[in-house]
Write a protein that binds this ligand. Structure first.
Ligand code: FAD
Length: 361
């Protein structure tokens, strides 16, 4: 028999952490609610480059979930979803137990796209799950060797700048231009920082195969070595497509402005696993979705109309430069320096403090 909940939150992504914080302040009374998460910690992605650069300790970059859940009146269940049966509102965990929710909310993030391997000896380290990524990089830091990073978005750039001083040589590959979708002036600033730190940047160089100890772009060998970090964008997971939920053409879960599945309105989906019209997948939008989600899940029981999510029109982007400063863009403006770094540090620490019940005193 499946344990049954009024609301089952699956995954402790950025949006659900915000929901828990809001419910800790204003609990949803007389409802049985649970959070399912593989780990008792939720990592805050914005601080991971700073952690790798040695500016933070691990416990400063993560939120301890069981106390936050207790404060929010939510049961914490440690486990990993394996299968979702959307029609039956049921999930099966990897350990084969079943959970059921009258309402389900999915915020499970995603994993990076991996290249094809052909008898390759290269150790691949995807940036997610964060806990596994951090363990691998920590092991590498004890025995430095050349590293290639595949993925030229904000995460790839920040990771390259964080690891530059710890790695004998570092190469960064992107399929198109660096920081696609960001302002050209931010790209220029990032390129200058990367070059100053001795990082080889390969734009318009899509890595598709690993053969032996070589990275291949089509038929061309573009790098040789043994360690590769995959920081390519989110890729769809099989369980989304097998769930019965409506997915977009790439395979991400379709979600509406009220953050509900159009095919299964009793299921909400937010963060990187969801496609919401006009919304780039990033941590900033996941956090903003959390604010709307908390209210909407509460309104389910009060019959209030559900609120609609609107993506930020000109969000502030702050990229850590690996040396305590940051590159920033806001609207049409870009800048860089230690002040921007201090601002990023303030915002990131504030997020952790705000969501860590053990730090509220
Ligand atoms: C190095 C790095 C730096 C970044 N910096 C920034 C930044 O500064 N600003 C920004 O906006 N974005 C940034 N991003 C992007 C950002 O990390 C993602 O967009 C964001 O994490 C998405 O959050 P989410 O809420 O979808 O879920 P996530 O934060 O990815 O969390 C998903 C959670 O679901 C859990 N989960 C996964 N699978 C299952 C399962 N099967 N069952 C149960 N639980 C599951 C995971 O354990 C995890 O806790 C960065 C990314 C990286 C890699």
């Amino acid at each position: 028999m499946a344990a049954t909940f009024d609301i089952l939150l699956v995954g402790a992504g950025h949006a659900h952490v915000v929901v828990l914080r809001q419910w800790a302040a204003h609990p949803v009374k007389a409802r049985r609610i649970a959070l399912l998460s593989p780990s008792p910690y939720a990592w805050y992605s914005g601080m991971l480059p700073g952690l790798l650069a040695g500016h933070y300790r691990p416990e400063q970059c993560r939120i301890h979930l069981p106390p936050l859940c207790r404060a929010a009146g939510v049961e914490f269940i440690q486990g990993t979803l394996d299968t979702l049966e959307a029609d039956k509102k049921k999930v099966r965990l990897v350990d084969e137990t079943w959970l059921q929710g009258q309402w389900l909310s999915l915020n499970t993030g995603s994993v990076p796209r991996l290249p094809e391997r052909q008898q390759s000896s290269i150790e691949i380290c995807p940036v997610k799950p964060f806990a596994d990524f951090l363990l691998t990089v920590k092991r590498w830091q004890q025995n430095p060797a050349p590293v290639a990073i595949v993925g030229g978005g904000a995460a790839g750039v920040e990771l390259a700048l964080a690891l530059a001083h710890q790695t004998p040589s570092l190469a960064l590959f992107c399929g198109g231009v660096l920081l696609r979708g960001h302002l050209p002036t931010l790209r220029t600033r990032a390129l200058r920082h990367l070059h100053q730190r001795g990082i080889q940047v390969h734009e318009h160089c899509a890595v598709d195969t690993l053969t032996g100890d070589r990275l291949m772009s089509g038929q061309q060998t573009v790098w040789q070595g043994n360690r590769v970090i995959m920081a390519t964008g989110p890729t769809p997971l099989a369980w989304w497509q097998n769930s019965g939920l409506q997915c977009d053409p790439q395979g991400f879960i379709q979600s509406s402005a009220t953050l509900q599945s159009p095919s299964h309105p009793h299921i909400f989906a937010t963060g990187d696993c969801a496609t919401i019209a006009g919304t780039p997948k990033n941590g900033v939008n996941a956090v903003r979705q959390g604010e709307v989600l908390a209210n909407n899940l509460t309104h389910l029981f009060t019959k209030h109309p559900l609120g609609r999510f609107k993506p930020a029109t000109s969000p502030l982007a702050l990229l850590a430069d690996g040396q305590g400063g940051a590159l920033m863009s806001w609207g049409p403006l870009t800048g860089e320096g230690r002040l921007a770094g201090r601002w990023k540090d303030f915002l990131d620490r504030r997020f952790i403090r705000h969501h860590s019940i053990d730090k509220w005193a």
